[in-house]
Design a protein around this ligand. Structure first.
Ligand code: MCN
Length: 876
């Protein structure tokens, strides 16, 4: 049963269009709530004018912060990393800190009347200076939060050995700056909330990943006991992390339902989703890595800034993930990294699938390729030189994970898995094809990348299992699925451990009334937490069934066997009773007296000691047209270690989904703000996600090495696909054009970015050629304008990087200026200076108090892209 690709029968209703999602809920008399959102990224709210909206037909209420004294100013969930206090407004009382922050709500009887009422609201703002770029915000005189001495929300560090001393011994030191773009998770279903009262209970339906957090936050915000708030989760069409946070709308809808005594619904629109649901991944790294002559890493030293938006709502855990995963599958003895979470006037951050690891892998895997090129080695060989060996397991790098436990890498065979991926790809064959195409416009590039992921963060999960007299087995869990297939995989575990038929097991989730606690779906944790909890509980139920079965079958409990829902005497399968009959007898049987309670049921909690570590490798081949800058993904292969796959087909599906999201991060996805921190990518026309024809068939191999952390041997997979693709794609694209002098330091690598990088490299190469010509002049010889003109007109022969690099001095290349690199970094410096100046100019322009502006909520129909992103949007 465990290890079989059983079909997801429990989820067939999705295929048949019978899913029941948040916006399908329509309680009788339901009102619709819409949110007025700040049109400014940073502004004092001077006045909110709601009277015109209140008089419109069908409008039940229109409230600004002052109208809802029962709602506190700030979300009770406010996390204070680094001991700095802050409050995320539920409705802005005074200062709005990002465009999209809730300023007021309107409630009406129909969605169309709600839309009209939202347009009747006007808000007067006094704009304040914006912080659109994380590097500028880091040093800005404008402080976003009261009482803060700077805009740094937290600092997270990790170190082992002596990085500085190790770097001094390196044969080659690569120093580079990298930036990972800001991303949205883009689930197919946006967020939504429905709330109503039922007797003394406040019922809240939410499309959340963390139902217990919603319960506790709503209860705390409205001053209710948690026991009087029941949170339910309907089917959810994807979450990918940001739905794990609790947002102001959950509190606002609940408050409105209590005030009005009627059900109230809010269903987020797509534009609202881009504006108001948490973003992730925006990080800027500055890093040095030292390599020995054979490619072995001798030390790494880095710092980075993480743009956490207006509120560090996800705490320091994401940046801590980056610190702890950067060196991950490689043997690095000397390492230092410092991450700073910096607030800007952008949407707050949230964990997005893999949270902090794709950024780390992007930086590390780019460094691997740049290092390989500098050393004249094959990128595969540099990885071979550094991957942790099986004999070194359990590998303990010397870092401490965010659960406070020193990292100890689960056993695995990284080298064999890596070689397998190269074989699956046809690495050598592609290298030959690449060489054959080197002088053509359509080049081939090959990219590699490896990762290790800490999965299955605790502290615990639980399960209650009850066998019904009908023979059905109910498994109650404290986590909800957004598409992962828990109803199938956890049923497989329960059936295997209890001896029930798979078809008889029903997994029930998504209701805080079922179990008192749960930690939510995230961090690829359900299989490694709920899985062992279900197994443990099923074993307890099995023990009870054996006691009661022994009574019915007149044998010793040790002789009872349970298989496929039949309870029988060992060796006598015909002497059996159905499990349901045993469940029925268990209600009155005294055989259960020593177990303390009647019935075939049990509840158990499982606390993992720490996380499990899952290894994976991705490889890709791209075709890059250097004339049009079109990039085509030709092949993508991946290998991942799930420990022990409960359902291999689901695991592959999880990996496919994650890989495609990672491919999007590498090629096209990016949340873009302008210099005033206005969102420019507020729709799916502007925010590109991969379509079916952007992605080739992806081959996935499962390389199973059971975890030693839990007795099922499972490791997580839900996020893992997402970790390496952006790095691998950047590596592949650079591999296609590296001989032209291109180094890629930012994802996504869009055709426009590639064009800019190629143009800069060509310009640098031309400059070099001119200088070389000038250097060739004899003393006192006049400059030859004709040859300089020639150099400008016809680009010089494209030279390989090794040709451009000066020969290494005996004993190493340290300390030798590399003219090609200097030229490139000068152009990079110039680019950054231009950016910094434009950011500074934007700031200077907005530094003084601007004239007050009155924003009328623009019509949705007439909004252009710009107003889309800054407008208040109704939805229902
Ligand atoms: N599985 C398995 N064998 C293993 C490990 C996992 O069969 N050794 C199965 C599990 O039983 C489960 C699925 O694979 O059905 C994912 O398991 P796991 O890795 O434990 O991840 P979680 O169940 O905790 O899911 C969370 C994870 C995260 S953090 C994000 S983000 C994410 C993801 O899963 N969001 C998703 N996958 C998603 N898939 C869909 N369709 N939609 C999302 O929003």
């Amino acid at each position: 049963m465990i290890g079989a690709s059983l079909r997801r029968t429990a989820e067939q209703r999705f295929v048949l269009g019978r899913g029941r999602f948040l916006d399908d809920l329509a309680p009788a008399g339901c009102l619709h709530l819409g949110v007025i959102r700040s049109t400014h990224a940073h502004a004092r709210v001077v006045a909110v004018r709601l009277d015109a909206a209140r008089t419109l037909p069908g409008v039940a209420a229109a409230w600004a912060a002052a109208d809802l004294p029962e709602v506190p100013e700030a979300m009770p969930s406010a996390f204070s990393p680094g001991k700095k206090t802050w409050g995320q407004s539920i409705l802005v009382h005074d200062v709005a800190r990002f465009a999209g922050e809730p300023v007021a709500v309107v409630v009406a009887d129909t969605p169309s009347r709600l839309a009209d009422a939202l347009e009747a609201v006007t808000v007067e703002y006094a704009p304040l200076p914006t912080l659109a770029r994380v590097d500028a915000a880091y040093t800005s005189a404008t402080k976003l939060h009261d009482g803060w001495s700077d805009n740094t929300a937290f600092v997270t560090k990790g170190s082992m050995g002596d990085a500085e001393a190790a770097l001094a011994t390196a044969h080659v030191v690569v120093r580079e700056r990298f930036r990972h773009g800001r991303l949205a998770a883009v689930p197919i279903e946006t967020r939504g909330v429905v709330a109503y009262t039922e007797g003394s209970t406040l019922v809240v339906w939410s499309s959340t990943q963390s139902l217990y957090s919603v319960r506790d936050v709503v209860a705390a915000a409205l001053g209710l006991p948690s026991e009087e708030v029941r949170v339910l989760v309907p089917d959810v069409g994807g979450g990918f992390g940001p739905k794990g946070s609790t947002y102001p709308e959950e509190v606002l809808v609940a408050a409105a339902a209590r005030r009005l005594g009627r059900p109230v619904k809010w269903a987020e629109g797509r534009r609202e989703h881009f504006l108001a649901t948490g973003h992730d991944r925006e990080q800027e790294h500055e890093i040095r890595v030292g390599f020995a002559r054979d490619g072995a890493i001798v030390g790494i030293d880095g710092t980075f800034l993480a743009d956490v938006g207006a509120y560090p709502a996800a705490g320091d855990g994401l940046a801590a993930n980056t610190v702890n995963h950067l060196c991950s599958p490689y043997r690095v003895r000397h390492y230092r990294n410092v991450g700073r979470g910096v607030v800007t006037t952008k949407t707050q951050n949230a964990a997005y699938r893999a949270a902090g690891r794709p950024e780390a892998t992007f930086v590390m895997e780019r460094l691997m390729d740049i290092g390989a090129r500098r050393l004249g080695l094959d990128p595969a060989d540099v990885r071979r030189a550094n991957l942790i060996k099986t004999a070194e397991m359990p590998y303990r790098p010397g870092l401490t994970y965010k659960d406070g436990v020193p990292i100890s890498v689960d056993p695995g065979d990284f080298h064999t898995a890596f070689e397998h991926v190269l074989t699956m790809l046809g690495y050598e064959t592609w290298r030959k094809r690449q060489a054959a195409r080197r002088t053509t416009a359509r080049r081939i590039g090959i990219g590699l990348g490896c990762y290790l992921q800490g999965t299955g963060l605790g502290p615990y999960e639980s399960a209650t299992i009850r066998v019904d007299p009908s023979g059905k087995v109910y498994v109650y869990i404290g986590v909800v699925a957004q598409g992962q297939g828990h109803a199938t995989t956890l049923a497989q575990i329960a059936a295997a451990e209890l001896g029930a038929r798979f078809e008889d097991v029903q997994v029930v989730a998504g209701d805080t009334a079922l179990l008192p606690f749960g930690m939510g779906t995230g961090g690829s944790r359900v299989t490694a937490n709920s899985g062992p909890a279900v197994a443990k509980t099923a074993r307890e139920v099995r023990t009870k069934a054996a006691r009661v079965g022994a009574e019915l079958l007149e044998c010793a409990p040790e002789d009872v066997r349970i298989e496929a829902g039949q309870v029988f005497v060992a060796g006598l399968p015909t002497r059996s009773v159905p499990l349901g009959r045993v469940a029925s007898a268990a209600v009155k049987s005294k055989a259960l007296k020593p177990m303390g309670e009647p019935g075939l049921n049990a509840c158990a909690y499982y606390y993992p000691d720490t996380v499990t570590w899952a290894f994976g490798t991705n490889a890709a081949v791209v075709e890059v047209d250097i004339e049009t800058c079109a990039i085509r993904l030709l092949q993508f292969v991946a290998s991942h270690d799930p420990g022990r796959a409960i359902n291999p087909q689901i695991v592959e599906g999880q990996l496919h989904g994650g890989l495609v999201q990672g491919i999007g991060a590498g090629l096209m996805e990016e949340i873009v703000y302008d210099d005033d921190a206005q969102l420019l990518t507020g729709s799916l026309m502007d925010y590109a996600i991969p379509k079916a024809d952007d992605v080739p068939f992806i081959t996935v191999a499962l390389d199973e090495h059971p975890s030693v952390v839990n007795d099922l041997g499972v490791k997580g997979v839900g996020e893992s696909g997402c970790i390496a693709p952006a790095a691998v794609i950047a590596n592949a694209i650079e591999d296609a054009v590296a001989d032209l002098g291109v180094t890629l330091t930012e994802v996504p690598v869009t055709p426009a970015r590639l064009f800019a990088a190629l143009s800069a490299a060509r310009a640098a190469s031309r400059q070099l050629a001119v200088r070389a010509t000038e250097r060739g002049r004899g003393p006192g010889e006049p400059a030859c304008p004709a040859s300089a003109r020639m150099a400008r007109r016809s680009p010089p022969r494209v030279r390989s990087e090794s040709e451009l690099r000066p020969p290494n001095p005996p004993g190493g290349s340290r300390g030798q200026p590399n003219p090609w690199r200097l030229a490139r970094s000068r152009s990079e410096r110039a680019r950054r200076l231009r950016l910094a100046m434009s950011a500074g100019a934007g700031q200077a322009g907005s530094s003084g108090p601007r004239p007050r502006s009155v924003a009328r909520q623009p019509s949705r129909a007439s909004s252009g892209v710009r107003s889309i992103s800054s407008s208040a949007i109704s939805s229902s």
